[in-house]
Design a protein around this ligand. Sequence first.
Ligand SMILES: NC(=O)c1ccc[n+]([C@@H]2O[C@H](COP(=O)([O-])OP(=O)(O)OC[C@H]3O[C@@H](n4cnc5c(N)ncnc54)[C@H](OP(=O)(O)O)[C@@H]3O)[C@@H](O)[C@H]2O)c1
Length: 231
Amino acid sequence: MNLLLVARSKELLEQLAEELSSKNVSVKILATDLLAEDAHKKIFGFVKEQGLQVNMLINNAGMGGYGKFREMDLQKQLDIMKLNVDSCVKMAHEFLNTTSNTQRRYILNTVSTGAFQPVPLMTIYAATKAFMLSFSRGLRHELKKENVFVTALCPGGTETEFFKPAGMEEVVKKNAQFMMSADKVAKAGLDGLRKNKSVVVPGFTNKMGALSAKLVPHDVVVPVAAMFFKE
Ligand SMILES: NC(=O)c1ccc[n+]([C@@H]2O[C@H](COP(=O)([O-])OP(=O)(O)OC[C@H]3O[C@@H](n4cnc5c(N)ncnc54)[C@H](OP(=O)(O)O)[C@@H]3O)[C@@H](O)[C@H]2O)c1
């Protein structure tokens, strides 16, 4: 598929665009901070300006923060909420209202297994993902008859750059055996979207975790989640 990639780091976007362009797809980039109030307008304005036909939105940008809610910087936590929730909601709204409804359209939201139960020491992060899971499911039902397909991708620990800015390098070392590659997770998400799955949980261990969160009372599940996320 042709791509429009959005992130803040212009140089990395340029490198990625060059790499992907060798695969016979057209790749455009837009360096934008999704925390900016009008980022969604800027992005879909660019789409219009360039005459692009967008039929798939992947809400993937997100960040985490690790530590006790009371002790963590409040602004950092509000920014996590803004990026993981507000920007995805704004992007979905703009996508649905500015792209052609005569074509089949897709929304893939990168959520997390943290959506299935609260995660102490990542309380705000997990709550944003619980919102995104509920939002994805509700939207999916609303848009069922409108040719729009919505999938929530819920990965567990994945090898990416997520952990350093989140202050989670020690936690990652402890859980290294449960980590999946980003390639496998991305492929599972796109396969799930193509098969019109509501929720995709990649990997056996993550599937078992998601199932336990459904079957076991939260009084039991939350302390177990806390154990995994203790340094
Ligand atoms: N890694 C995991 O274990 C894991 C598990 C479950 C779910 N997830 C979710 O997976 C998604 C992707 O995260 P990742 O693990 O791939 O982390 P990552 O390696 O840190 O990637 C985050 C991406 O989002 C972009 N981004 C961050 N802040 C942005 C902003 N303000 N404006 C525009 N773009 C921004 C980053 O590019 P720039 O820095 O250049 O802006 C980068 O491309 C997130 O929603 C995360 O919550 C991750």
